[in-house]
Design a protein around this ligand. Structure first.
Ligand SMILES: CC(C)(COP(=O)(O)OP(=O)(O)OC[C@H]1O[C@@H](n2cnc3c(N)ncnc32)[C@H](O)[C@@H]1OP(=O)(O)O)[C@@H](O)C(=O)NCCC(=O)NCCS
Length: 197
C-alpha cells in the first residue's frame, strides 16, 4: 500500500469535503460516538474549517483515496460550544489550539497513523505560533452502556502517551442523534490538555 500523509489547510479542504463527511459518518457510527450522522450537520461542521485559513486536516491517502483524517484549528475559530467551558475556566482562548477528530478506516489502524495525527497537528500549531496549550474533547459514555463492545479499549492510555492530561472539571456539551435513539440527545465531552513547549 502506498500510504501518504498531507496537511491541507483552510479553503483547500473544499475538494475533500465529501470524503471527510463520508469517513466521519462511517467511523463515528461506532462506540463511543454512536453518531447517526447527517450530511447537513457535516456540511455545517466542515464549514468552520473551510472558513479558517489556520485550520488544517491531516489527510491519509492510499494512492489517491482519502482513508483517514484528523483536524485541528485555533480554538478562537471553533464553535462557541467548544470555547465556552475554557473561557469560563479563565483560559485566554487565543493561546489554545484545538484538536478535532481523528478518523481512520479500520484497515489502516495499528500502523502508527494515530500517533502521526498528533505529531502533525502539533507541528501545525508550532508553525502558526502563539499557542501555550493544545486540547481536545472526548465523549463521556457510561461503562455499562448497552452498545459498548465487550472488547472496547478506551483511548485514555494512547492520549496519555501523547502527553495529554484529562481535565475532569472541564466539560463541553453537544447534541447529536445516537444510532439507537429517535432524537438527538445531549452528551458531555471532557477536555484533555497538553502544555506546548
Ligand atoms: C484513534 C485512531 C485514529 C488511532 O489510530 P491508529 O493509527 O490505529 O493508532 P496507532 O497505530 O498510531 O496506535 C497508537 C497507539 O494507540 C493504541 N491504540 C490505537 N487504537 C486503539 C484503540 N482503538 N484502542 C486502544 N488502543 C488503541 C495502539 O496500541 C498504540 O499504542 P502504543 O502507542 O502503545 O504503541 C483510530 O483507532 C480510529 O480512527 N479510531 C476510531 C475513531 C476514534 O476513536 N477517534 C479518536 C477520537 S476522535
Amino acid at each position: 500500500m502506498a500510504i501518504t500523509l498531507q496537511t491541507v489547510t483552510g479553503n483547500n479542504l473544499a475538494r475533500y469535503i465529501q470524503d471527510l463527511a463520508r469517513l466521519r459518518m462511517e467511523v463515528f457510527r461506532a462506540f463511543p460516538y454512536l453518531y447517526d450522522g447527517s450530511l447537513e450537520y457535516e456540511a455545517h461542521y466542515l464549514e468552520t474549517y473551510l472558513r479558517c485559513p489556520d485550520a488544517a486536516m491531516i489527510l491519509v491517502f492510499d494512492q489517491d483515496q482519502v482513508v483517514g483524517a484528523s483536524s485541528c484549528i485555533p480554538l478562537r475559530a471553533e464553535d462557541e460550544a467548544f470555547q465556552k467551558p475554557l473561557r469560563a475556566a479563565g483560559f485566554a482562548l487565543d493561546t489554545i489550539f484545538y484538536c478535532g477528530e481523528s478518523v481512520l478506516a479500520q484497515a489502516y489502524r495499528g500502523q502508527g497513523l494515530g500517533v502521526a495525527f498528533f505529531r502533525e497537528r502539533e507541528a501545525h500549531a508550532a508553525r502558526l505560533g502563539g499557542f501555550t496549550h493544545s486540547c481536545f474533547c472526548a465523549v463521556d459514555r457510561p461503562l455499562n452502556h448497552p452498545l459498548r463492545p465487550m472488547d472496547y479499549v478506551p483511548l485514555d492510555q494512547f492520549w496519555t502517551k501523547r502527553g495529554y492530561v484529562k481535565q475532569s472539571h472541564l466539560v463541553a456539551r453537544l447534541s447529536w442523534q445516537d444510532i439507537d435513539q429517535p432524537l438527538p440527545t445531549e452528551k458531555t465531552l471532557t477536555y484533555w490538555m497538553k502544555t506546548l513547549v
